[in-house]
Design a protein around this ligand. Structure first.
Ligand SMILES: Cc1ncc(COP(=O)(O)O)c(C=O)c1O
Length: 426
């Protein structure tokens, strides 16, 4: 727990090596690498005068805009039930501090959930995801895990769902969400539905169901602007709490933690939030273009993984793929690749491609799985703009070149050391 987040650490190391001239392809970090929308920069500048400490939960205009954002997604919301924060990450931490009991997580899951649970003095209880998608525990496995956890003296009370999911780039179909909501009801769990990728569906018409639509009284939804608008460094997150006494108690606990940790979202960012969550035309157009780009590039990396022999759920949201090289276990073992750590190390050393090994996301260390974050492939600011506009971004030379490197690294996995090592030593 004293280690920094592995994705941040690894991405930093890879960027240092790239700066030193190594031709590495970086697939370690889930940053949406897109130029800042000019209208957002204008709002940030216009909000500079908002220099006083604001209300802990967020300014009225920002909370109102977030409430409207949820209403447009089928969730009638009182602005009093909204809390803004510098990113959704601190909100998730505050939820761990405010709610009691142990925390059920999908396995694999975003690498921050489990350390946050431990920082709060609780136990993370990881439950495998189903074949169809990531981000949610398999309902049957969830029921079994709750039974066993209670028998072992744990008190599972929180269920974290990632809809859509990092690391698999997929989202649970509505029927599965309904089944999980029923388990939460039967077992009296509070659901934390992390919907930070909600606006990065590759097909905007795909049916998306939030558990807050089914069990509103027991679902907290978190979201933010980091992924949909690519402004992670600005740190804008929001949470929607259930109406009613139970939701109000959790909200008050989060606001109390916030008041002692971050006080309030920075004033200029309240102005950005008020603008962005109201979703004017400029924001809607950018979010749609970004989702198209993320989908095209994620599908291209998925195609290269499956062509190399991996199993991989087709990505439907976000900018991730999560291949499983199990079908190649025997040939990979001949090259000393027997689990996620050796698989990731081999791809880096021999293929020049940096990925995040599955065990760093709570997955079985013996499994041959990793996360590839595909949004770092868009290049510099000018290249990102052309990628956003392109009919087929995967055909742009800077993206096509990196896809070719990925293809070579994946297909060479079973063929021993490739040219990357030679390039480094020459
Ligand atoms: C699943 C998930 N939740 C939450 C976050 C945190 O986002 P932020 O703190 O920038 O709102 C991330 C960022 O990587 C994420 O992937």
């Amino acid at each position: 727990m004293t280690q920094p987040s592995p994705n941040l650490t690894l991405s930093h190391l890879v960027e240092q090596r790239r700066a030193a001239g190594e031709p590495l392809v970086n697939l370690t970090f889930g940053e949406a690498r897109l130029p800042v929308l000019p209208e957002l920069a204008q709002q940030l500048a216009a909000g500079a005068h908002r220099a006083s400490y604001g209300p802990v939960a967020g300014a009225e205009d920002a909370r109102g805009a977030v409430a409207g954002y949820f209403e447009r997604r089928g969730l009638p919301t009182d602005p009093a039930d909204i809390v803004l924060a510098p990113g959704s990450k601190p909100l998730l931490m505050a939820l761990n501090l405010a709610a009691d009991g142990d925390v059920l997580l999908p396995r694999p899951a975003w690498n921050t959930y489990a350390p946050q649970v431990r920082y709060a003095g609780r136990e993370p209880l990881a439950v495998p995801v189903p074949d169809v998608c990531g981000g949610v525990p398999d309902p049957g496995a969830l029921r079994g895990a709750i039974r066993r956890a209670r028998a072992a003296g744990h008190t599972p009370r929180l269920l974290v769902l990632t809809l859509p999911d990092n690391p698999t780039g997929t989202f649970a179909p509505p029927d599965l969400v309904r089944e999980l909501a029923a388990v939460a009801e039967a077992e009296d769990l509070l659901i934390v539905s992390d919907e930070i990728y909600r606006d990065v569906l590759h097909d905007p018409a795909a049916p998306f169901l939030s558990p807050a639509e089914i069990v509103p009284e027991r679902t907290v939804v978190t979201t933010g602007l980091s992924k949909s608008l690519g402004i992670g460094g600005w740190r804008v997150g929001a949470a929607r709490f259930p109406a009613g006494p139970r939701g109000r108690a959790v909200r008050d606990g989060v606001v109390a933690a916030a008041s002692e940790i971050w006080s309030t979202l920075a004033g200029p960012l309240q102005q950005v939030a008020a603008y962005a969550f109201a979703e004017p035309e400029s924001v809607r157009t950018r979010m749609a273009a970004a989702a198209r780009l993320h989908g095209a590039v994620a599908r291209a990396v998925h195609a290269r993984a499956t062509a190399a022999g991996a199993h991989c759920r087709p990505p439907t949201a976000g900018f991730y793929v999560y291949p499983d090289f199990e079908p190649l276990r025997a040939p990979l073992a001949r090259h000393g690749i027997t689990g996620s750590a050796s698989l990731a190390a081999h791809l880096l050393d021999h293929g020049g491609v940096a990925v995040l090994a599955g065990h760093l996301l709570g997955d079985d260390p013996a499994a041959l799985r990793f996360k590839a974050a595909t949004s770092l492939l868009y290049g510099d600011t000018e290249q990102q703009l052309s990628a956003l506009r392109a009919e087929d971004p995967t055909a742009l030379p800077h993206i096509a070149g990196q896809l070719a490197r990925i293809e070579e690294a994946f297909t060479r996995l079973t063929k021993g050391p490739g040219p990357h090592r030679n390039r480094r030593s020459s």
